[in-house]
Design a protein around this ligand. Structure first.
Ligand code: HDE
Length: 706
């Protein structure tokens, strides 16, 4: 907290951005507040504006005058509104919340945040896609960023993670190549936000170390249902350090309380058209509705002895540690409960840095992490335009801070008084802050080893074993999705040799997978398997936590039902569905032939949430179709209504309906005898039964679906 008394007595201002004085400037005035509650429009200089509709002119038909300071300032500012978008993870969405510590873990770490049970620490989280530009679609097949900042009492700690626990490359020097290959091809500047193109797969096929990550991105992990239903991973091995200086290795994992859920690729493609902001809207809607998403922070901790005997090098970011070997222990929970007041101010300007660690957390020598520790600070200078980006509230610590750094663009809190260097002899009153051996950050001492070389450790050489382990850990449905995804992506690749090279890698992962992909691509004859640098391990056991479908949440909380109704719809059935949904913690949206004025069986006029062509079934987790004898024919004559039904069927959705809806099903061409994923509310099933069934999320037994 900023202590004004001590500011005066020590002559050096200690600034903090606690909750209350978030916007305190160097003069102590609250400039943010100054603009609030003042209803007269002013210039940036505070001069009241008399006319904001017309420029100043010589005569009403011009010419315009340079003297018009209000116009000049307004246009000048507008011209400079954009800052460079992030070179990766450009499209993102953030939210505020808190982290609540479970039991203290002083034996593992002295990090202040883990010392007191029940303590709440403010957090800011930004989720993102990687490859697309800022205005790209949310449902791109892509890794999702999962970056968390903890505003701890000992400074800002950032875990800048992803929703996938491994990465494409082992050494940071390959990152620019990876990103160049993944983004739009440079000559044509497309495709946007897609890896389905030659450059990406050319690079992948030449980088065997990427194969494990390729399996993850070709799985449903890369098309999450929303940010709320995905895991987060710190990826690298980090160290925790206790007060005695003892270090323990750790991996960081975020597990969503909402459970895991993904969409189907065909849904992703359609959602991108129907609502390119699907993930943003989902987070916004959930938080605004008070349905706060929650994750548990889990640690996989281990010592040097485990690291030495583990099958792979713990410094290799293309490997994970199966939870069967090292369990993930929850140490706290994170709740997101507040959207930023302004997107740009927080989400765009937040500057995460892997090198933001607090006492009690340390790095390992993972060469990817080491490279990142350079990159994140460097990139902020370009994006935020100067060295004072920590003066922006979202980037400022919320604990006291004091240092001798000064000046530069937009400086908000230069040191007060005479001393701006140390050591100095100005005495405790005037001399300013000093280092502290006991409170200050201490790196874990480490002996350097080996000669100075540009080399890759031989312990990083196994590229396929964990790729195979991931694949065999999936259910059959998920394995099919992976094969389909590979065929889809590689079918967009024009150069035949790239497709063949990818199949040759797949042969080292799983023969059946390679066979399916080769067949899907028409690759004939089967190429030879790529020569692995190390023999592929075929004895690694399947690991259940790697599958989404083996971890279906068994609840329908926070999901959305779309009820498609016709004119004259049966009011009772809709009412029952709404009540059952509310009980189950699910949301309901009404979809109709018009957005307003749809009359129900009780003669009441209803407002819809969506007109049927604006609310396709892909936007919902489950659907219902409730009609009336008279109204259903009109609905069945509308192509988007038939598509609503056809897609619900094709995407394995659970469907509740009333008898009157049948003619729409017939016109859509559904099979005469409906499968068990369809529940007739007029005959045998209640709305509560339906909501109960929806917990399974999809009716995968509908084999003939898309
Ligand atoms: Fe990043 N990454 N990255 N990255 N990364 C950035 O920093 C970089 C990597 C991740 O929501 C940039 O502020 C290098 C792995 C997230 O604001 C940049 C390497 C993981 C975000 C950068 C990696 C990530 C970024 C671009 C290879 C998962 C978005 C803008 C050594 C563990 C954070 C920025 C946000 C952003 C560099 C690899 C996650 C350029 C050099 C591995 C979630 O600094």
């Amino acid at each position: 907290m900023s202590d004004k008394k001590s500011d005066q007595s020590t002559h050096r201002k200690k600034v903090s951005y606690g909750e209350e004085d978030l916007y305190q400037g160097s003069g102590g005035e609250t400039h943010q507040d100054a603009s609030q509650g003042y209803d007269t429009l002013t210039t940036q200089q505070g001069i009241p504006v008399g006319d904001d509709q017309n420029t100043l002119k010589q005569g009403s038909r011009g010419p315009s005058l340079i003297e018009d300071f209000h116009f000049r300032e307004k246009i000048f500012h507008f011209d400079h509104e954009r800052i460079p978008e992030r070179v990766v993870h450009a499209r993102g969405y953030g939210a505020h919340g808190y982290f609540e510590t479970y039991d203290p873990i002083p034996e593992l770490t002295k990090a202040d945040i883990f010392q007191r049970k029940g303590e709440k620490t403010p957090v800011f989280v930004r989720f993102s896609t990687v490859a697309g530009n800022k205005g790209s679609v949310d449902l791109a097949r892509d890794v999702r960023g999962f970056a968390v900042r903890f505003y701890t009492k000992e400074g800002n700690w950032d875990i800048v993670g992803n929703n996938i626990p491994v990465f494409f490359i082992q050494d940071a020097i390959k990152f620019p190549d990876l990103i160049h290959a993944a983004k739009q091809e440079p000559d044509r500047a497309f495709p946007q936000a897609q890896t389905a193109h030659d450059n990406f797969w050319d690079f992948m096929s030449l980088m065997p170390e990427a194969m494990h990550m390729v399996m993850w991105i070709m799985s449903d992990r890369s098309i999450p249902r929303s940010f709320r239903f995905m895991e987060g991973f710190g990826v690298h091995t980090f160290k925790l350090v206790n007060a005695e200086g003892k270090a323990t290795f750790t991996k960081f994992l975020w597990k969503p309380k909402q459970g895991l859920q993904s969409v189907i690729w065909d849904e992703a493609v359609k959602i991108n058209g129907a609502d390119p902001d699907f993930h943003r809207r989902d987070l916004w809607d959930a938080i605004k509705a008070g349905d706060y998403p929650e994750w548990e922070l889990c640690l996989q901790t281990f010592d040097q002895e485990f690291a030495d005997k583990f099958d792979f090098d713990v410094l290799d970011a293309t490997k994970l540690i199966p939870e069967e070997l090292v369990p993930a222990k929850p140490v706290g929970r994170m709740v997101l409960d507040r959207m930023p007041d302004n997107f740009f101010q927080d989400t765009e300007q937040v500057a995460f840095q892997t090198n933001n660690v607090v006492p009690g957390v340390d790095f390992t020598n993972d060469p990817l992490l080491q490279g990142r520790n350079f990159s994140y600070l460097d990139t902020q200078l370009k994006r935020l335009g100067g060295p004072n980006f920590t003066h922006i509230p979202i980037n400022a610590p919320k604990c006291p801070f004091a240092h001798f750094q000064q000046d530069g663009h937009m400086s908000m809190h230069n040191p007060h008084g005479r001393a701006n260097y140390e050591p100095n002899s100005w005495g405790p009153e005037d001399g300013g802050p000093r280092e502290s051996a006991e409170k200050g950050y201490q790196s874990v001492p480490e002996e350097p080893h080996g000669p100075k070389v540009r080399a890759r450790s031989e312990t990083f050489a196994d590229h396929y074993s964990q790729a195979r382990q991931f694949y065999i850990s999936q259910t059959e449905v998920e394995q099919d999705h992976m094969a389909d995804a590979l065929v889809f992506e590689l079918s967009k690749v024009e150069k035949v040799s790239i497709r063949e090279r990818m199949v040759s890698h797949l042969l080292n992962i799983d023969d059946k997978l390679a066979g399916k992909v080769a067949e899907g691509l028409g690759v004939k004859p089967m190429p030879k398997a790529a020569t692995p640098a190390m023999e592929v391990r075929r004895d690694l056991k399947p690991s259940d936590p790697l599958s989404i479908l083996k971890n279906t949440p068994d609840n329908f909380r926070g999901r959305k039902i779309g009820i498609l109704v016709s004119e004259g719809f049966e009011a009772e059935a809709v009412k029952a569905l709404k009540e059952a949904a509310e009980k189950a913690g699910a949301m309901v949206e009404m979809v109709g032939p018009r957005v307003a004025g749809v009359t129900c069986s009780e003669g009441k006029s209803h407002q819809m949430d969506e007109k049927v062509d604006g609310g396709p079934s892909v936007m919902y987790d489950a659907v219902a179709v409730i009609g009336s004898k008279e109204g259903i024919e009109d609905l069945a004559a509308m192509p988007p209504a038939r598509e609503f039904v056809a897609n619900s069927y094709a995407h394995y959705k659970f469907v509740a309906y009333n008898e009157a809806a049948m003619p729409l099903f017939e016109k859509t061409g559904l099979p005469k005898s409906l499968d068990k994923g369809f529940m007739n509310l007029s005959n045998g099933s209640s709305a509560a039964d339906f909501l109960d069934t929806c917990k399974k999320l999809r009716f995968w037994d509908r084999k003939e679906g898309a």
